[in-house]
Design a binder for this molecule. Structure first.
Ligand SMILES: CC(C)(COP(=O)(O)OP(=O)(O)OC[C@H]1O[C@@H](n2cnc3c(N)ncnc32)[C@H](O)[C@@H]1OP(=O)(O)O)[C@@H](O)C(=O)NCCC(=O)NCCS
Length: 478
């Protein structure tokens, strides 16, 4: 269909004789991105969401990333003009998408963007199809993405491609505008963390879990374990590591964690190193002992696996900000070994003892709360550390959130399934403690890519893959 409509004011017709402005479906070619695409991509992503798009800040990392594929779409039909009268030359990227492998079988789609000059012409649908083909070629059998609850285009795309909507997730954290820390502002731009401000998908750093990626199932990556065993630990912490109890004033004792500290509710203090963060959490006695024997880790994972809040989130967790995957026993174990699992048990007992609920030196009851708090992710310690999964007893969960926040001296973020039993009926208490719920939810979509699952690549000739999809993701290859 050719409509010849003039572009918005200020965009004069830029085409040459013979070029037409059309509004119908635009056939595309899709190939892997190259550095030469940078200028065009940044040109059209800079303006997304009034400048809130994180793509410009991560584009160069994505070009280098080895955990997936970065795709660009190019017009397949020459001699056309876009909505603003600019030529759609064959080498002009008009859309992008990235496929990240989060585990051997789980793909995450992110960074889907279409140049405003060619929107509503079916390009996103076709890029999505290309992304699914590439995800399948990486060995993915399950693929997910996230978007804001109001992003109708993204929702419709999901429906079109056979995705099902999982449960909505909602952040609980102080509003962003209370932050004063520059580093935090950077983390925001990169991570798209604020539900209200960032309508879609994810942060990106391809190597943030590289240290867990190449390890055989069930084994703890040596460098992670080494880090958990003592790197960056002070002599005092080493003593604690050797089994000495934490000093009186460093443990919560039976009185539980301190009351919320007004100063910690909004503004972020100066940047903390991962070492500082680990030390602070350990000093507060919140960290499940990284040397917990395997049966202890099993017991905690069993508890988690039966927990109604964990199950309400489809057993998923937010590995990196805005990217969700299944929390398997292996991954849980790796987080324990990395000192990234925080626990609080009834009676004020905390994680340091490593005892599973219902027994052990410091655990007396079977009420417990647990976080996995990734500490080696970009923005995870300098910005707002986040609970990648938060589960357990509702009252203890809030106490654990307060304890972690106060131990770190900075705001933290939790994202919970909207119907999580742990927060049902407790909103007032969370708000009073400085963790108000975000006004909008994040919607997660999921579909299977099992053998034979269809992928709609549009009408014949609509989508040309310039290179047959093949396995290129390195991070999870064994
Ligand atoms: C969302 C976006 C990728 C859609 O790109 P597009 O090429 O215009 O989309 P398509 O033409 O392929 O349309 C796909 C579907 O979305 C619908 N759609 C597209 N734009 C829409 C809009 N602004 N509002 C409502 N629906 C819209 C189309 O009608 C179509 O639905 P259908 O399959 O039921 O007919 C594009 O608008 C964009 O880049 N937006 C900014 C970034 C963004 O939101 N990315 C998605 C993040 S997850």
């Amino acid at each position: 269909m050719t409509d010849g409509a003039a572009g918005p004011a200020g965009h004069g017709a830029g085409g040459t004789a013979g070029e037409r402005r059309t509004m119908g479906p635009l056939p595309i070619r899709v190939r892997r991105a190259a550095p030469a695409d940078t200028r065009a991509v940044l040109d059209f992503t800079r303006a997304t969401w009034d400048g809130w798009d994180y793509v410009p800040s991560v584009w160069s990392e994505w070009l280098e990333a080895t955990d997936g594929v970065l795709l660009v779409a190019l017009p397949a039909v020459p001699h056309e003009l876009d909505l603003f009268g600019r030529p759609l030359s064959a080498d002009r990227p008009v859309g992008i998408a990235r496929v990240a492998m989060l585990s051997e079988r789980e793909a995450w789609l992110e960074g889907l963007r279409v140049d405003p000059g060619v929107r509503t012409r079916g390009i996103a649908r076709l890029i999505h199809a290309a992304g699914l083909e590439w995800a399948r070629a990486q060995g993915a059998t399950r693929v997910r993405y996230a978007t804001g609850e109001d992003n109708e285009g993204s929702h419709r795309l999901g429906v079109h491609h056979g995705f099902r909507l999982l449960r909505p997730w909602r952040s609980w954290q102080p509003p962003r505008d209370e932050d004063v820390d520059e580093e935090d502002a950077g983390a925001h731009a990169i991570e798209g963390e604020t539900d209200a401000d960032a309508p879609c998908d994810a942060a990106a750093d391809q190597d943030q879990f590289a240290d867990l990626a190449d390890e055989p199932e069930g084994e703890v990556p040596e460098d992670v374990a080494a880090r958990a065993r003592g790197i960056e630990l002070s002599p005092t912490e080493r003593a604690e590591d050797e089994g000495s109890p934490p000093a009186e004033d460093e443990a919560f004792g039976d009185g539980g964690p301190p009351e919320p500290d007004e100063a910690h509710r909004g503004a972020s203090p100066p940047v903390a190193s991962p070492g500082d963060v680990r030390r602070a959490l350990r000093r507060a006695g919140l960290v499940l002992d990284p040397r917990s024997p395997e049966p202890g880790v099993d017991a905690w994972y069993r508890r988690l696996s039966d927990d109604a809040t964990f199950l309400s989130g489809d057993r998923l967790y937010e590995t990196r900000s805005w990217a969700f995957q299944e929390l398997t026993r292996e991954r849980f174990g790796a987080h324990v070994r990395a000192g990234e699992v925080l626990v609080l048990q009834a009676g004020g007992a905390t994680g340091a003892g490593g005892a599973p609920p219902g027994g052990g030196a410091r655990g007396t009851g079977d009420r417990w709360a647990l976080f996995v708090m990734p500490l080696s992710m970009p923005g995870s310690t300098g910005g707002r550390p986040w609970a990648a999964v938060a589960a357990g007893d509702g009252e203890l969960l809030l106490r654990l959130a307060i304890a972690a926040r106060d131990a770190l001296g900075r705001p933290i973020r939790l994202r919970l399934p909207d119907d999580a039993p742990a927060v049902q009926g407790r909103a007032e208490a969370w708000i009073a403690a400085g963790f108000p719920p975000a006004p909008e939810t994040l919607h997660l979509f999921e579909r299977s890519l099992e053998q034979g699952a269809p992928i709609d690549a549009g009408a014949p000739g609509a989508l040309t893959l310039e290179e047959p999809p093949r396995r290129v993701a390195a991070a999870y290859r064994r």
